[in-house]
Design a protein around this ligand. Structure first.
Ligand SMILES: [Zn+2]
Length: 242
């Protein structure tokens, strides 16, 4: 499907033109129609597959450039660590760290994603060998926030390590709850945030009676986003448990 413009809101972009962003999202095929199980466990008729963009160096590079411009404009102290979940966001984080390392020493850190007990849930812990030390300056980078719970996990990591949160950047949010959580965390920590697009899409609890697609026995796609192409080992869960 093509992106329905009335169903999305574009953030305050610094370098990327609004039309270019929408074109990247549309032409990558990242917006899908169907019966999806979201990382939160809820069901929806729409899905944003960040991997369609993340797997294309040219496209993810454009989004990285936007975040780099925003960061240079809004953060004027050394960024010690870029923290992201081990989803498509890790590719974005890698791009940013590579760029930042031209002028400062920045490390990558990742949080694992649980695909076994809480499918898609970002865990409030670090994937070895990631390290964040007390007093370090951390920028949170994420791809998609469905409910905001992953952002809370990333904030918990920064707080637990007694590190300083510098800012939060996200490609997309897909619920008012996710948007509110992003704003709330930024406000609470007195930092700025930057998101590129917000999808005003609906989601609902799974099962007949609550999901009209379950009612119609439409085959369910899970976990959405092609995440099943990656094993939990790659995403750090097994590594961290070992
Ligand atoms: Zn359903």
């Amino acid at each position: 499907m093509s992106l329905k413009r009335e169903e999305c809101e574009v953030g305050s972009l610094v370098e990327l033109a609004k039309e270019e962003l929408l074109k990247i999202i549309e032409e990558s095929g990242a917006v899908n129609d169907g019966h999806y199980k979201l990382v939160s466990g809820n069901h929806s008729n729409r899905f944003f597959d960040i991997n369609r963009i993340a797997n294309n160096p040219k496209l993810i590079g454009r989004l990285s450039t936007e975040f780099i411009f925003w960061t240079r404009k809004n953060i004027d102290i050394n960024i010690d660590v870029v923290l992201s979940p081990v989803t498509g966001g890790r590719i974005l984080a890698f791009d940013l760290v590579r760029e930042f390392n031209g002028s400062m020493e920045t490390r990558l850190a990742h949080a694992p994603v649980d695909f076994e007990t809480k499918p898609g849930c970002v865990l409030p812990e670090l994937t070895p060998p990631s390290r964040i030390y007390e007093g370090e300056n951390v920028l949170i980078v994420t791809d998609l926030s469905s409910t905001g719970s992953g952002l809370r996990s990333l904030e918990t990591i920064v707080n637990d390590k007694k590190a300083n949160l510098l800012g939060i950047v996200a490609v997309a949010t897909r619920s008012p709850e996710a948007q509110n959580t992003l704003m709330e965390i930024a406000q609470k920590n007195n930092v700025k945030s930057h998101w590129l697009i917000h999808f005003n899409w609906k989601h609902w609890p799974p099962g007949k009676g609550s999901c009209y697609l379950c009612d119609q026995n439409i085959p369910l796609v899970e976990p959405a986003g092609g995440l099943s192409n990656f094993s939990p080992i790659i995403f750090g869960l097994k590594t961290s448990a070992a």
